[in-house]
Design a protein around this ligand. Structure first.
Ligand code: HEM
Length: 185
């Protein structure tokens, strides 16, 4: 994955647990890089090692780390560094999610080696939809949950998520039921 992903994991851990903890995570992961170059593609395996090491050092399941990371990605990384792209995504959560299948097409223009996720949206009503998530990577559905929660915060709506079908349980891919209400979170 592009270096910006690893950088964002570093930023999250430093912001929430401090520099020393980040050094322990890096050491456990066997990662020697002092910084990650945003525009360089790194092996996916390095990112997985960082998440695995964070899970051990912080004594939290990897999925909990991935959910936090998903929220952080939207509310910190994406909004601060790629605000213009996020703005293009839509003015409401519904609009944004309906545009999600095409979202990374713009990102690919900036990062041509991107291997983006694939999303498909089935409209179920004004504030309800079904989101299909496919990827050639495994184990990132908790990241998607965190991303959706982050988007809910960004649009100041209360999001309810149900993970209806799971790749890990033998389904063809992950499917989420997403609904939201205008009440502030
Ligand atoms: C401007 C904002 C964003 C940028 C710059 C961005 C960029 C990226 C990058 C660089 C990766 C790593 C993949 C690679 O390097 O090959 C990635 C992965 C991913 N992105 Fe985005 N992204 C953005 C917003 C979003 C949003 C809003 C979502 C949605 C819900 C999302 C969902 C994902 C998922 C699920 C992955 C994991 C890859 C996979 O499933 O295979 N991203 N994105």
């Amino acid at each position: 994955m592009y270096g910006m992903v690893n950088s964002a994991i570093m930023d999250l851990i430093v912001a929430t647990h401090g520099e020393e903890t980040w050094q322990r995570v890096k050491f456990k992961a066997g990662v020697e890089e002092e910084i990650f170059i945003s525009n360089d593609a790194y092996p996916d395996e390095l990112t997985y090692r960082l998440v695995g090491a964070a899970s051990e050092v912080l004594a939290q399941p990897a999925d909990v780390i991935l959910i936090q990371f998903g929220r952080w990605w939207v509310l910190d990384t994406a909004l601060k560094n790629y605000g213009h792209l996020m703005k293009f995504g839509g003015r409401t959560l519904g609009e944004f999610l309906k545009n999600l299948p095409n979202f990374h097409t713009r990102v690919v223009m900036m990062f041509p080696k991107l291997q983006p996720p694939m999303f498909e949206c089935i409209d179920l009503g004004p504030m309800e939809l079904r989101l299909h998530y496919r990827s050639h990577r495994r184990g990132l559905s908790a990241f998607v949950i965190g991303l959706l929660e982050g988007l809910g915060k960004m649009f100041e709506v209360r999001v309810t998520l149900t993970h209806e079908e799971r790749l890990d349980d033998g389904a063809d891919h992950d499917v989420f039921h997403v609904s939201w209400s205008e009440a502030k979170t």
